[in-house]
Ligand binder design. Structure first.
Ligand SMILES: NC(=O)c1ccc[n+]([C@@H]2O[C@H](COP(=O)([O-])OP(=O)(O)OC[C@H]3O[C@@H](n4cnc5c(N)ncnc54)[C@H](O)[C@@H]3O)[C@@H](O)[C@H]2O)c1
Length: 314
């Protein structure tokens, strides 16, 4: 039997994840659910039209929002991307791009859809994207009652891609030559774990010293890059769209691939972005990093910030 994937929230991000899934040909069936039925229905048609020029087939099915969601019972992966990006990026006077602004709205949506996901009998893996990603992933796990292993979020995977871009541009190398992670909150307290970053097998700390590059400056460039995208077009979609596809693929193909996804950190009692190995059973492992003392402190601060935001919606 082929893979079944569902997307809840088919806005800028959800629709980009949908087209990526169809183009990659990794699902036999793709379900689309959005509070605005007309959007999900439009994408059902559009994503079918796209397949006239593909050599793979994905049966795309829109599920009306107020209908029964029983079809979710047999789905392998649910991507959660519901929200309202205008709350944070629609205000021209607010250039902070602070994802916490969406917290109460995203939490309200989780409380609305979580029980319906649970009632469907869904027992696959959930990949959460909606912001603030760490808190929303934790809330989703709680509301659905799914095992912690089965619920994860994209976490700092997109921020890591942005860091790789900044390093690649500074050194004139390919983005895929850069390895290592941004970890912590997908938000203001995230940080580049430079001790984990390497380029073509050499530690970035050493390369930066030799080349006279300022690591703080590179980290700022990565962060600012995110602002250029978000504030420039009012949403972000391509970077997160490929990030989400890659994580979903790791689940459906049981790849045992590691991402700085947000997964439950037992020690701090929160979902937080750190290396997370993903496969068919969801979170398979959380490989530890050899962080410096300074990085450990930043991670603790980040966990505390997530916990603080979580308390406000408990
Ligand atoms: N984690 C990341 O790295 C990352 C990156 C980009 C965006 N995001 C987040 O992803 C979310 C979606 O972003 P976007 O740009 O697509 O936003 P958007 O406003 O374009 O789309 C959100 C969609 O969710 C739908 N929706 C609202 N309430 C719903 C409900 N109860 N059930 C089902 N659908 C519902 C809306 O109708 C809309 O189509 C936001 O929270 C955004 O901040 C996260």
């Amino acid at each position: 039997m082929g893979n079944k994937i569902a997307i809840i929230g088919v806005g800028h991000v959800g629709s980009t994840v949908a087209t990526n899934i169809v183009t990659a040909g990794i699902a036999q069936e793709l379900y689309l659910i959005d509070e605005q039925d007309k959007i999900a229905r439009a994408d059902e048609f559009d994503l079918f039209d796209q397949q006239a020029y593909l050599d793979t087939t994905t049966r795309v099915k829109f599920i009306p929002y107020h209908d029964d969601w029983a079809a979710l019972r047999d789905v392998d992966v649910i991507v959660f991307a519901a929200g309202n990006i205008k709350i944070v990026l629609g205000n021209p006077n607010d250039k902070s791009n602070n994802r916490v602004g969406e917290l109460s709205n995203s939490a309200r949506i989780v409380r609305e859809v979580g029980p319906r996901i649970k009632a469907s009998g869904f027992h696959g893996t959930m990949v959460c994207i909606s912001n603030p990603c760490d808190v929303i992933t934790q809330l989703m796990q709680k509301v659905t009652g799914l095992p912690k292993q089965s619920v994860l979020g994209t976490g700092t995977s997109l921020d890591t891609a942005r860091l790789h871009r900044a390093v690649a541009v500074a050194l004139g190398v390919s983005i895929s030559d850069v390895a290592g992670y941004v970890i912590g909150e997908h938000g203001e307290t995230q940080f580049a774990a430079w001790s984990s970053v390497s380029v073509n097998g050499r530690p970035m700390t050493k390369i930066a010293q030799e080349a006279g590059l300022d690591l703080d400056d590179l980290e700022t460039q990565a962060r600012m890059g995110g602002h250029v995208v978000g504030l420039g077009k009012g949403f972000t979609n391509y970077g997160i769209g490929m990030t989400a596809l890659t994580i979903v693929k790791a689940v459906v193909n049981d790849e045992h691939r590691t991402f700085p996804a947000t997964s439950y950190d037992d020690h701090f009692g929160v979902y937080i972005g750190h290396p997370t190995t993903v496969g068919a059973a969801g979170v398979l492992a959380q490989p530890a990093l050899d962080l410096t003392a300074d990085e450990e402190t930043k991670y603790q601060k980040s966990a505390a910030a997530i916990k603080h935001n979580l308390e406000s919606v408990k």
